[in-house]
Design a protein around this ligand. Sequence first.
Ligand code: FES
Length: 178
Amino acid sequence: MRAVMTLKDAPAQLQEPVKPTAKTKRHSLYKALDSAMLEYGYDRTGLIPTLHQAQEMFGYISKSAMRYIATRMGVPLSHVYGTASFYSHFNLTAPSGKHQITVCTGTCCHLNGSACILRRLKKMLHFEDGKGHDEGRWELKTVRCTGSCSAGPVMLVNDELFTKLDPDSAVSLLNEFE
Ligand code: FES
């Protein structure tokens, strides 16, 4: 009769937990993306929630994530790219700072003083043309409208929306982020 082997009998190196590599981690993230698409039966009506899911998981929507979604949903890549690039909420480039600040410079926010907020933040963070000494911690960018015009000027820090700002309140709320 054959002896039953348990994990305790296995060679020491097999008992070590498998450390996830970048490849295995990414693989399981794609599996999670698949479950988001599965909820909509891989139908294109689930494209926007799937893009949200991708952004949440990867921090931005990469070209390979777009290609993957296009293939799995059976829609042209141009459609996925067109949708992702249409909405200002979606990031198509990898974040370069720990926190992303997005100041709205759309018409309503501009009329309510967003240019002053932007100027003050650039000065505070020593940013010129998107580059500054604090780049590893903060990433500063602008958006044309977040759809919250009546509450402007608005600014996003990561995914959180802050409304009715002025330069002072914008600066002090950044101090709350590590
Ligand atoms: S213009 Fe700023 S939210 Fe619309």
